[in-house]
Unconditional design. Structure first.
Length: 490
C-alpha cells in the first residue's frame, strides 16, 4: 500500500502540466459559480490565460527532461508528447483570446467556453501521452464529450445545434467502433499495455493476424474521426461552419494535434515490423493520407464560405501530417513536430482575421473580403502571410513544414505519396490565393473600417504572424528542437 502511494506521488511529480490544467478548470468553475457576470468575465479570462501560460512554461522546461512513464506505465512522457502538449496549449490560449474579443459567443456564455476548452485540452494531453488502450480511450472520450457541447454552443442558432448533433452522432458511432476494435485487440493479446502488445506481435499466427487487422482498423476509426481524415471527415465542414468561430479555431488545432500525436505513437509502436499486419496497415495509411489530402483540397476549391474553406483546408493538412506518420521513424516525428508548430500560428492568424470580418458583416463569405487591402492594409497583409504559408510558399514556415514532410517521405521511398503531396500543394494554391485576389484586386464593398480591430488586437495578430515568418527563415534552430522530439517506447 505504501509503495502504491509512493508510485502515485512520483507519477504526479512528472504530471504537473495536466495537474495545472485541472486546477485551472476547477478554478474557472468556482469563479463561474461565485461572481456576478460583470466581475467574473475579466477574472475568468485573466485566470485562464495566466494558468495556461504557466502550463506553457512548465512544458517548455520539461522539453529537455529524460523520457519517463507515470501511473504504472499507463502514461508516457517524452519530448514528442511534451512538444505536442505545448502546441495544444498555445492553440487553447489563442481560442480563449479570440473568444474574449469576438461577438459570436454570448457574453454570458464566454466563461463556460473557457471551462470547456480547458477540459478538452486535458483530454488532448491524456491522448498525446497515452501508453495503453484504456488511457487512450479515456483521452478520446474526455476530448470528445466536451467538444460536442462546444459545437452547439450557440443554442439559439439552428446551424450550431445541427453542428453539435452531427458531431455527437459521428463521435458516438466512431467511439463505439473504436471500443469494439480495442476489445478484439485485447482478446488477441490478453493485455491493454502497448509494450505488452509489441512483445507478442512477431509471435502471431495467421488466424490471430487476420483478426487483428480489421480490429486495428476499427480502432483507427476513433482516431481518424478526431483528425478528420477520409473517410471520417464528413462531419468537419458542417461542424466547423455551424460552430462559433472560437470553437472552430479550437477544433482546428487541439483535437487534430492530439489525434495526430496518438496515431504517431501507436504507429511507431505497432508498425515497425515487416509482417502481414504491419504491411497491411501502413498500406492503408498511405491510401488514407493520399485521399485525405486530395479530397480536402479539391473540395475546398468551390467553397464560398471562408470558414468552410478552412475546414476543408484542415482536412488536407491532416492528410499531409499523416504522410509523416507512415514514415515510421524519427524523420517523420521531427517533420510532424515542426509542421504542428507552424500550423498552430497559421491557423490562429487565419481565423482571427476571419473572426473580425465576420463580426463586422455578420457572415464570412469571400465577398466580404473584397478590397480589404485598401480598408485595412495590416489585416490583409497578415491574412496573406497566413494563406501563402498554408499553401507552402517560401519564405514562410509552411514551406519548410511541407518540405520536411515531403523529404521524409522521399527518404523512406514513399515516392508516389510524396508526388501526390506535391500535387496537392499546387492545387491548394488556387483557393488560398483566391482570398488574396479578393482582398487585393476586387473593388471594396464599402469604405468603413473593420470594427474591433484596435491596437491591442493588431498587436496580438502581428505577434502571431511573426513566428510564421521566423519559422520560415530561421528554420534550422527550430528544426534542431523538433529533432530532439523523440517518441520513447516503454
Amino acid at each position: 500500500m505504501v509503495n502504491l502511494g509512493l508510485n502515485y506521488l512520483n507519477s504526479l511529480s512528472v504530471y504537473v502540466p495536466e495537474a495545472l490544467a485541472l486546477v485551472v478548470m476547477v478554478g474557472l468553475v468556482f469563479l463561474e459559480a461565485t461572481y456576478n457576470h460583470n466581475e467574473k468575465r475579466k477574472m475568468t479570462n485573466y485566470f485562464s490565460l495566466i494558468g495556461l501560460f504557466s502550463i506553457i512554461v512548465v512544458l517548455f522546461l520539461n522539453l529537455s527532461n529524460a523520457p519517463t512513464t507515470a501511473f504504472f506505465n499507463a502514461v508516457a512522457i517524452d519530448p514528442f508528447s511534451t512538444l505536442m502538449k505545448l502546441m495544444m496549449t498555445l492553440g487553447t490560449i489563442g481560442a480563449i483570446y479570440l473568444n474574449s474579443v469576438t461577438k459570436e459567443i454570448n457574453l454570458n456564455s464566454k466563461n463556460e467556453f473557457n471551462i470547456l476548452v480547458v477540459g478538452v485540452l486535458i483530454g488532448g494531453m491524456i491522448l498525446a501521452s497515452a501508453n495503453n488502450m484504456l488511457t487512450l480511450y479515456v483521452g478520446v472520450e474526455t476530448l470528445s464529450i466536451l467538444s460536442y457541447v462546444l459545437a452547439s454552443f450557440k443554442r439559439s442558432n439552428e446551424m450550431s445545434s445541427e453542428a453539435g448533433l452531427k458531431y455527437s452522432l459521428y463521435g458516438g458511432v466512431s467511439a463505439g467502433l473504436m471500443l469494439f476494435g480495442l476489445s478484439h485487440i485485447y482478446g488477441v493479446f490478453g493485455t491493454i499495455q502497448f509494450t505488452g502488445l509489441v512483445d507478442q506481435l512477431n509471435q502471431l499466427n495467421m488466424n490471430q493476424t487476420l483478426v487483428l487487422i480489421p480490429s486495428f482498423l476499427l480502432f483507427f476509426v476513433g482516431l481518424g474521426y478526431k483528425i478528420a481524415c477520409v473517410p471520417f471527415h464528413m462531419w468537419t465542414p458542417d461542424v466547423y461552419q455551424g460552430s462559433p468561430l472560437p470553437v472552430t479555431t479550437f477544433f482546428s488545432i487541439v483535437p487534430k494535434l492530439a489525434g495526430i500525436a496518438a496515431v504517431m505513437r501507436i504507429s511507431m509502436i505497432f508498425l515497425g515490423g515487416e509482417g502481414l499486419f504491419s504491411t497491411s496497415i501502413i498500406g492503408l495509411l498511405v491510401v488514407v493520407s493520399a485521399l485525405t489530402m486530395t479530397v480536402g483540397n479539391v473540395t475546398a476549391i468551390g467553397q464560398q464560405s471562408v470558414k468552410r474553406m478552412l475546414a476543408y483546408s484542415s482536412i488536407s493538412h491532416a492528410g499531409f501530417m499523416l504522410m509523416g506518420v507512415v514514415v515510421l521513424g524519427q524523420d517523420g516525428v521531427s517533420a510532424i513536430s515542426y509542421y504542428s508548430m507552424v500550423y498552430v500560428f497559421m491557423t490562429l492568424v487565419a481565423f482571427y482575421v476571419v473572426g473580425f470580418v465576420s463580426d463586422h458583416y455578420g457572415n464570412d463569405d469571400f465577398n466580404r473580403f473584397n478590397g480589404l487591402i485598401k480598408r485595412n492594409p495590416l489585416m490583409a497583409i497578415l491574412l496573406t502571410i497566413s494563406m501563402v504559408s498554408l499553401a507552402g510558399i517560401p519564405p514562410f514556415g509552411g514551406f519548410v513544414a511541407k518540405f520536411n514532410i515531403l523529404s521524409a517521405a522521399v527518404n523512406n521511398k514513399f515516392y508516389t505519396l510524396a508526388f501526390i503531396g506535391g500535387l496537392n500543394s499546387v492545387v491548394s494554391l488556387y483557393y488560398y490565393i483566391k482570398i488574396v485576389r479578393y482582398m487585393v484586386f476586387n473593388k471594396e464593398e464599402s469604405d468603413d473600417s473593420i470594427l474591433g480591430f484596435n491596437a491591442v488586437n493588431r498587436s496580438v495578430l502581428v505577434a502571431l504572424s511573426l513566428p510564421i515568418i521566423i519559422l520560415g527563415i530561421k528554420w534550422s534552430g527550430f528544426l534542431s528542437i523538433t529533432e530532439k522530439a523523440i517518441i520513447s517506447i516503454f
